[in-house]
Design a protein around this ligand. Structure first.
Ligand code: PGA
Length: 267
């Protein structure tokens, strides 16, 4: 399938995944700083989301709503059931009630450290969409898999598993994040060309499974050691529609510079 240029229909999404960092006081300060740093134009072309820990979400929601801050609220995880005896878990409906718009699903840390399987990722993707929120479905290969030439098999297999049972319209509304595991938190970013190659293959897989309209509208982020210094080159690739940012998103100045990549494109 031909590479599809980023169209206005695919609004870039820069997402800050705070992981287990920042308590609710720190989260408020960070979002306040971020809102000062993001100019009124920044929210036009590029969407920014923050994904604080669960205990911060209500505080951040109150701030975003009270000050009408153009930052989307996100979560890092949820369960797929509506309710029940699942100690420690959070239902998608609880997040929707807090105006959460994006939920990260199947981050590699959840898959590796907490045993999340492709089947769980599939159920969560459906549960998040059933509540009117947008899943950010994470996929990615280990270094061993890459070195053995197994990147596409792994990543496209994860994509197919996550998408199973979704209608083309539901697939088109998703966000997929390609995060090579060897690039997460390591300072080692995939080259823009490597990231484009895998993300282009993901879009082709979506076209095969769900049709050309879904492939043209699904947003695909890159994640793994994204910083202000490498975002412009990544965003210049035709199939890369944004970034899922971990470490660098904890610093509001750095996250704002990442979101403002259009002002330093080519730099
Ligand atoms: P990183 O994390 O930017 O710190 O590499 C990315 C992620 O895990 O989403």
């Amino acid at each position: 399938m031909p590479e599809s240029p980023a169209t206005p229909a695919r609004r870039p999404l820069i997402s800050g995944n705070w992981k287990m960092h920042l308590n609710h006081f720190e989260a408020i300060q960070t979002v306040q700083k971020l809102s000062y740093l993001l100019g009124p134009d920044d929210g036009e072309g590029v969407e920014v989301s923050v994904h604080p820990p669960f205990t911060d979400i209500r505080s951040v929601q109150t701030l975003i709503d009270a000050d009408d801050i153009p930052i989307a609220l996100g979560a890092q995880h949820c369960h797929w059931e509506e309710k029940g005896a699942f100690t420690g878990e959070v239902a998608p409906a609880f997040l929707a009630k807090l105006n959460v718009r994006y939920v990260i699903v199947g981050h590699s840390e959840r898959r590796e450290l907490f045993g999340e399987t492709d089947e769980m990722v599939n159920k969560k993707t459906a549960a998040v969409q059933a509540q009117g929120m947008t899943p950010i479905v994470c996929v990615g290969e280990t270094l061993e898999e890459r070195e053995a030439g197994g990147t596409e098999a792994k990543v496209l297999g994860q994509v197919a598993a996550a998408l199973a049972g979704r209608t083309p319209a539901q697939v088109g509304a998703l966000v997929i994040a390609y995060e090579p595991i060897w690039a997460i938190g390591t300072g080692r970013t995939a080259t823009a060309a490597d990231a484009q190659a895998v993300i282009g293959a993901i879009r082709a897989k979506v076209a095969e499974l769900s049709g050309p309209d879904a492939a043209a509208s699904v947003r695909i982020q890159y994640g793994g050691s994204v910083k202000a210094s490498n975002i412009a080159e990544l965003m210049a690739q035709p199939d890369i529609d944004g970034a899922l940012v971990g470490g660098a998103s904890l610093d509001p100045e750095e996250l704002a510079r990442i979101a403002q990549y259009r002002s330093h494109e080519g730099s």
